[in-house]
Design a protein around this ligand. Structure first.
Ligand code: BGC
Ligand code: BGC
Length: 610
């Protein structure tokens, strides 16, 4: 399909494009129609409703609820670890125990276990953590993104888990939004290209393959376009309202979904956010007419965390609205029992038609059949061969490559970079230089991430620098940037503290005073200064940039800090290009490629090579 045409000619071409694309789609799910229909016909109403319910691990009142409520799915939200701990082994045992519960139900339909493996299998200790999507957008290497998806799937299947709420194909338009880093780019075409590659990677082994997981494109749709002050508390951006006409909405926000679907994404998560005042999770036009009708999405929709509750003050009414709009599975982390009871009442009263329930369950079952979960010999277990590769050097090497390709060089005066490996002394500064938590950002072990080196294993930028230099070079370090006198060069790493979702909404996009002080102190010693920024988005950095002889945007690179030192010392060239326009001031926001706004600090696509 010719994507460029969508933008310029709007609706008509969009529909035409869809027709063309449908013809070239990979083999659909229809070959599982028969077994899915047959199974559906055997099910009681309770069993059907159970398939539509997803509880959270921490919210699960009793593991036997999997049987009592015939649960179709369980998830682990951020930080919702097994009670036995957070090791690969604990996750595997936990997963297997729940599948055993499902195996004891009358129809023995296995559970789909869902998790936010959004930059690696990031809830599990020792998993390799890849750069967050914003960095991958700057690398713009679909082959590499596919490989990342593949490795993520392998590390997930090591523990048995076979469904990730990824890729996020949001198209963030305003960096003040706390989820900007979950997006590859402000440019729909770049998002689409990498979203497609990600899905292909996660499902590379075929849907029923032992090394594949089910992908989930999110958050449908327009999560990245919310306007300032449109949230419930009127302060932030997250879960707010995207206000634009349909042509714009389709061109910017809907755009990446068709490629994700064509690549085989069989689950999609409707967004908390609204479009012109209507919550996406309640929007029948978007969920049923556009997505399932026009775009021929054959998979199923999974609601976001407690999102259904936001649709109406009366929970029962909210459930009716969402299911009737086309929601197929409900993420009801804690309230799943109540959801079950209320949805059953709604069906018995005729408010939710039986045909809607049958459609939802049919869609869920078809996916389970396609994944091989209904096969006689299906085992809901971890995979020892993949466990042997969990967090392996081989996986880390790919993450390190991703870090290298994602870094963007914004300034390099007097050939400050690359740094020689044989200097007498290098002074490293900034608490973020020695901080795995800052490198990884949110959605790492904890939902919000966490500062410090206890987060998980990995290589800090400080230790990567120490490993890179020659024996005669001394590397000194101070958090506050003092004590650099006499060094040949200073490298200061500054950054944003980890955050996820709404807690990352930020009106100022400024570095904290202690971070700025580290730069100032280092500069005061009179040596050349290299600044490395760890952030989930472009920040307002004019002062720091002025002080820097060289400036590198490193985004949230993950556990493999050597990817940063590889470039600082010139082992590899800088190739990353900005996938977002870098604003000069807060008043410029939102500022995006092609919007006609002038004079950004750096334009979209900027990136020095030396
Ligand atoms: C987020 C989703 C995530 C879900 C499950 C929600 O709060 O918006 O991105 O997949 O939680 O953890
Ligand atoms: C969960 C996250 C979820 C969030 C939604 C947290 O408690 O751990 O997964 O996205 O709540 O608000």
């Amino acid at each position: 399909m010719n994507k460029k045409k969508w933008g310029s000619a709007g609706l008509g071409i969009f529909v035409l494009g869809l027709l063309v694309s449908c013809a070239s789609r990979p083999a659909g799910l229809s070959r599982y129609d028969e077994p899915a229909r047959e199974l559906l016909n055997k099910m009681t109403l309770d069993e059907k409703i159970g398939q539509m319910v997803q509880a959270d691990n921490a919210g699960l009142k009793d593991p036997t609820d999997v049987q009592t409520y015939y649960l179709g799915s369980v998830l682990s939200g951020g930080g919702s670890d097994p009670t036995a701990g957070n090791s690969m082994e604990a996750w595997t045992e936990h997963y297997e125990a729940l599948q055993k519960q499902a195996a004891q139900t009358r129809l023995r339909i296995p559970l789909l276990y869902g998790i936010d493996a959004v930059h690696g299998h990031n809830n599990v200790l020792g998993a390799v953590i890849f750069p967050h999507n914003i960095g991958l957008g700057c690398a713009d290497n679909p082959k590499l993104v596919k490989q990342i998806g593949q490795i993520t799937a392998k590390e997930m299947r090591a523990t048995g888990i076979q469904w990730t709420f990824a890729p996020c194909v949001t198209v963030p338009q305003d960096e003040r939004w706390g989820r900007t880093y979950e997006g590859f780019s402000e440019d729909p075409e770049l998002v689409s290209r990498l979203g497609e590659a990600y899905v292909l990677g996660l499902q590379a082994d075929g849907l029923s393959g032992a090394e594949s997981v089910l992908a989930c494109a999110k958050h449908f749709v327009g999560d990245g376009g919310t306007v300032a002050g449109s949230t419930r508390n009127r302060r932030g951006w997250d879960q707010g309202d995207t206000q634009c006409d349909e042509e714009t909405f389709r061109r910017i926000h809907l755009f990446p979904y068709q490629d994700a679907i064509n690549a085989g994404a069989l689950t999609i998560m409707p967004s908390y956010s609204s479009w012109n005042g209507i919550k996406c999770s309640a929007n029948k036009y978007l969920l049923t007419d556009v997505l399932k009708g026009e775009m021929k999405f054959e998979g199923f929709l999974i609601s976001d965390w407690d999102a259904i509750r936001q649709l109406d003050p009366d929970y029962k009414t909210a459930i009716a609205i969402s299911i009737n709009a086309g929601m197929d599975m409900a993420m009801e982390p804690n309230g799943y029992r109540e959801f079950f009871t209320l949805l059953k009442e709604l069906v018995e009263e005729g408010t939710v038609p039986m045909s809607r329930i049958d459609d939802a369950v049919f869609r869920i079952l078809r996916v389970k059949f396609a994944m091989g979960m209904m096969d006689e010999d299906y085992v809901g277990e971890g995979n020892p061969a993949l466990q042997a590769q969990f967090g392996s050097d081989e996986h880390r090497a790919v993450a390190r490559q991703a870090v290298r390709e994602s870094l963007v060089l914004l300034k390099n005066e007097k050939q400050t970079l690359p740094v020689s490996k044989t200097l007498g002394r290098i002074h490293v500064a900034g608490q973020a230089a020695d901080n795995i938590g800052y490198q990884c950002g949110g959605w790492t072990i904890q939902w919000q991430g966490q500062s410090g080196n206890v987060t998980t294993g990995g290589t800090t930028i400080l230790s990567a620098i120490k490993q890179s230099v020659s024996d005669q070079t001394s590397v000194t370090y101070s958090k506050d940037g003092t004590g650099a006198n006499g060094a040949d060069i200073g490298i200061v790493v500054v950054g944003e503290p980890p955050y996820a979702e709404g807690s990352g909404d930020n009106r100022e996009l400024k570095l904290a005073p202690a971070e700025l002080a580290a730069v100032n102190n280092l500069k005061a010693s009179g040596i050349p200064v290299v600044v490395v920024l760890l952030s989930g988005r472009p920040l307002i950095i004019n002062d720091v940039l002025d002080q820097a002889d060289a400036f590198v945007a490193a985004w949230l690179p993950g556990t493999e800090g050597q990817g940063v030192s590889d470039l600082l010392f010139g082992d590899y060239p800088f190739t990353g290009k900005l996938s977002f326009t870098w604003p000069r001031s807060i008043d410029q926001l939102p500022i995006n490629k092609g919007d006609g706004k002038e004079n950004p600090l750096f334009p979209f696509g900027f990136g020095l090579t030396k």
